[in-house]
Ligand binder design. Structure first.
Ligand code: SF4
Ligand code: SF4
Length: 399
């Protein structure tokens, strides 16, 4: 006999899910078309139908500890086929935001980044820090020849940005540790008792994530795969560029690319190509969100804040370089200061914004690999073909 289940709904959670972007969740009448339409949903407890009813019932504990939320890539194949317009893809996205809030360390920052009413505070912190750095360096000046180190002393930059990076890494690690413990203790999906070890599962997850293998399988929204790939690799290229420049300045004492230090041409090429890929991919994402909301899905404040910060980071980085080439020192210094604000926002809010998807998704996919969660069998008809009659054509029965 099936085990008795007593639902303990958290109706505030349902309201929060709706506010976070799952506004059509109540339209769902559980036909399961979405789970069939999803090209990457596993055969055991497929998603997103079950998540729809858990959200309607306010079953917070199930949803926030459900790794399937992160196996979804928001391609919206399911939403385009939902006969009720319940947009299950958007529900999955909304719950991902709530998982980040639930596991964030420190928790108040998880709440700050997701709240539209706190936008001025969220963006005001990095702006105030950079303006303070400009102020203690003598205010806005345009030293000639162009030297960003004279505009704002590199030691101050190193101090602030190293702190922000360490803070982001520590917060991310603690948040993910909590999330992993929650998956182990409270995952609502029945998985086999035999588990693969963590490290091989993580390696398998990376092998899937780096080429975006699962993204490719989504059909209705294939452009999302290309744009996401550009942003992903562009971001990695920019990170590597920044790390090399910092290493050159701090350890090898080589002049930065802006001052034409030796061996900096390849670094500039890597940085510029990465920035172009990053900005182009982001541009496609933003335009699609505006012009094709039916395919790209509804966009929430949480989505737009993230897009604004990462687009601002890439665009101001590129513009700083272009204006420097054009010979406008005041323009280059101004854009450099704005670029620093965006970079600081990116670092400080990395574990609490949509950026944190990198960590949560990787961990959930690794958990899925460890539990054998990603088994998708090819769809086969449930009848045997009728052999061709002698002298007649083969008959194909109808399902
Ligand atoms: S979300 Fe749509 S497709 Fe999925 S079960 Fe509900 S009504 Fe059916
Ligand atoms: S949005 Fe795409 S990946 Fe996510 S559940 Fe729907 S069909 Fe599957």
């Amino acid at each position: 006999m099936a085990k008795e289940f007593v639902a303990e709904p958290d109706l505030q959670f349902t309201r929060d899910v709706i506010a976070a972007g799952g506004s059509d969740v109540k339209k769902c009448y559980q036909c399961a078309t979405c789970s069939v339409a999803c090209p990457i949903s596993p055969d055991n407890s497929p998603y997103p139908r079950k998540e729809m009813i858990w959200a309607q019932w306010g079953l917070k504990d199930r949803l926030v500890n459900d790794p399937d939320i992160w196996l979804c890539h928001h391609c919206n194949d399911c939403s385009t086929q939902c006969p009720r317009g319940a947009n299950p893809g958007d529900l999955m996205k909304a719950v991902r935001k709530m998982v980040i809030e639930e596991n964030s360390w420190p928790s108040f920052l998880g709440g700050l980044v997701g709240q539209p009413s706190l936008m001025v505070l969220t963006l005001g912190i990095p702006v105030a820090v950079v303006l303070f750095l400009v102020y203690i360096n003598g205010g806005f000046r345009a030293p000639q020849p162009l030297n960003y180190g004279e505009f704002i002393n590199y030691l101050y930059i190193q101090g602030v940005y190293t702190f922000a990076l360490v803070f982001a890494v520590v917060s991310m690690v603690l948040s993910l540790k909590k999330y992993w413990a929650n998956l182990e203790a409270n995952c609502p999906i029945n998985v086999g008792a035999v588990r693969k070890p963590f490290v091989p599962s993580l390696i398998e997850a990376f092998k899937e994530i780096l080429p975006h293998d699962k993204f490719k399988e989504c059909e209705a929204n294939n452009i999302r795969y290309a744009s996401h790939l550009m942003v992903f690799w562009g971001m990695i290229g920019l990170f590597v560029t920044t790390a090399i420049v910092a290493f050159n300045i701090d350890i090898l004492h080589i002049a930065p690319p802006s001052r034409g230090g030796p061996g900096t041409v390849p670094i500039k090429i890597l940085g510029n190509v990465s920035a172009i890929a990053f900005v182009l991919g982001l541009g496609i994402m933003i335009v699609r969100r505006i012009t094709q909301p039916d395919q790209a899905g509804n966009s929430s404040y949480f989505d737009w804040l993230f897009l604004f910060v990462i687009f601002g980071t890439g665009a101001t980085g590129l513009l700083t370089e272009l204006v420097r080439w054009a010979g406008s020192a005041p323009g280059a210094y101004f854009l450099y200061a704005v670029h620093l604000m965006f970079v600081l926002a990116l670092l400080l809010y990395l574990p609490f914004s949509k950026f944190a998807h990198i960590g949560y998704r990787t961990l959930a996919i690794a958990w899925g690999k460890s539990a054998g969660r990603d088994v998708t069998l090819p769809v086969v008809p449930n009848y045997a073909p009728v052999p061709a009659q002698e002298g007649g054509a083969e008959e194909t029965p109808q399902a």
